[in-house]
Design a protein around this ligand. Structure first.
Ligand SMILES: [Zn+2]
Length: 135
């Protein structure tokens, strides 16, 4: 249902922009839902790791399951941090959509390429700024 966006943005901008804004805000809301569901799942996973470690009553060093469990837990923690950052990015994108600054790079105020927004609707930076800030 999003395929109509491409090719429709040439010529007069305003009517298609309105339609695009609604489609985008739905797309972002869906993405935020997914991210939040993923965070909840990861937090549940982490709680399960904690519970099973507490239940076993052994420390990581002597328990053969310990190190693997600790590794999985830190993986879950890392994924959670990434997903939290992604959710925050989506929220900001929704705010910018309402403020009318969506699709504008927050750093150089240049236009973010439509192809980039298609691939990453929550993108706040244009490609050149994103590659500059990435370390
Ligand atoms: Zn930029």
């Amino acid at each position: 249902m999003t395929t109509q966006i491409a090719g429709d943005t040439r010529g007069t901008k305003s009517p298609s922009t309105l339609r695009t804004t609604r489609a985008l805000s739905e797309k972002l809301a869906r993405e935020l839902d997914e991210a939040e569901a993923q965070i909840a799942e990861l937090e549940l996973e982490m709680a399960t790791f904690l519970a099973s470690r507490n239940a076993s009553g052994t420390d990581d060093a002597s328990d053969p399951e310990g190190p693997a469990l600790a590794f999985e837990r830190s993986q879950a923690e890392a994924s959670r941090a990434l997903t939290l950052a992604h959710a925050a990015e989506i929220r900001t994108a929704i705010q910018r959509l309402h403020a009318g600054t969506y699709g504008v790079c927050v750093s150089c105020e240049g236009e973010i390429a439509p192809a980039r927004l298609e691939a990453r609707p929550s993108a706040a930076y244009c490609i050149s700024c994103a590659s500059k800030t990435r370390r």
